[in-house]
Design a protein around this ligand. Structure first.
Ligand code: NI
Length: 196
């Protein structure tokens, strides 16, 4: 099924491009132009591996690197998290200024403890977050993340198509920029270093 695989890759690229385009072309509504704030990101309320309620305010004072996915993702999420982990390692002590956050899109199969463990398997710095389906949907909506359940061979074995964009937020949780994945470790590390 090689052609199907290629079609999926092309679809992924198109969707990734589309979501990037939506972000770039999104202009603030009338009256807020002077603030220059992008309409990506916003308040979220989720749960960390220890069961603690976590909002964007818990990361105030640090930049936030935000990536969405799910723990049973076959390729995009592990690849993206590997790149994020390696880029942070490359930044050394400077990486302490960044809180890297992985938010699941799969509330049903990804309880917070599982997401936390999964995130930590890539880097001890990575914070995995989950929540109820409503909380996860709200976070994804705030970040304009595209995701869609794709049925598999049985009801428990579904996949989730999702955009793969790494968001950089400032010390007060406001959007700075985003990095479409795939991106190399060196590229991401260089861009983060520049943004710090
Ligand atoms: Ni994924």
């Amino acid at each position: 099924m090689r052609s199907r695989a290629i079609a999926i890759v092309l679809l992924g690229l198109a969707l990734g491009g589309l979501s990037a385009w939506v972000i770039v072309s999104q202009s603030p509504p009338n009256g807020t132009l002077a603030t220059g704030k992008a309409l990506v990101g916003g308040p979220f309320s989720l749960v960390d591996a220890s069961g603690k309620r976590v909002t964007e305010k818990d990361f105030a004072g640090r930049k936030m690197l935000v990536f969405f996915g799910f723990t049973s993702c076959p390729d995009v999420c592990p690849g993206g998290l590997q790149v994020i982990a390696a880029a942070l390692q490359k930044l050394g002590a400077k990486a302490d200024k960044i809180a890297p956050v992985f938010i699941t899109l799969d509330a049903e199969r990804d309880p917070a403890a599982k997401v936390g463990e999964y995130a930590k398997s890539f880097s001890p710095k990575l914070i995995g977050l989950s929540g109820t389906a409503e909380e996860v949907n709200a976070a994804a909506k705030a970040y304009r993340v595209y995701f869609k359940k794709v049925p598999g061979t049985d009801p428990a074995n579904y996949n989730i198509d999702h955009s793969s964009i790494i968001y950089l937020m400032d010390e007060s949780g406001q959007y700075i920029t985003h990095y479409p994945y795939p991106i190399t470790v060196d590229e991401l590390a260089a861009k983060l270093e520049q943004a710090l």
